[in-house]
Structure formats: structure tokens, C-alpha cells
Design a protein around this ligand. Sequence first.
Ligand SMILES: [Zn+2]
Length: 84
Amino acid sequence: MDCQTLIRYLSDYIDNNLSDDLAAEAREHLATCRNCHVVLDSTQQTILLYRQRGQQQGLSPRRHATLYDQLAQALAARPPDECE
Ligand SMILES: [Zn+2]
């Protein structure tokens, strides 16, 4: 799995919505890619923050899309040196 694929599946990974195969591939990538690990970390913290603010329904689809855009931009801005 490469970084772009990982980011595409990230929210599903966090929500445990991936198939076993995909989840295993995502875990494997996260174990070796520091950039994606950092992105996963900050995403989880962001989601936690929203939930702590009382939005217990989780992220709205629109909020999800915005978050995804921000993550994609953040990843694109990073030098790809540590990624396959
Ligand atoms: Zn990566």
C-alpha cells in the first residue's frame, strides 16, 4: 500500500470499516511509514476533539470531506523521502 491509498482509507481504518486484508495492509504501511503514522495520529486526535465537544454523532460527511482535504494537502506538502 502506498501513502495515497493509505490516506484514502484512513477514516475507514480509524472507524474499523476496512476488510481484514485492507486493514492488514494499512497496519503494515503505518508500521513502516512515519509520515502516515503522524497523519493517523493527528486525525485520531482531531476526531477525539470533535467527540469531546459533544458532537457524539461523529463527523458529518461534509466535515469528513473537509478533514480529508486538509490531510491530503498536508501529506502533499511533505517531502516524500520517507515513503515508498
Ligand atoms: Zn505513507
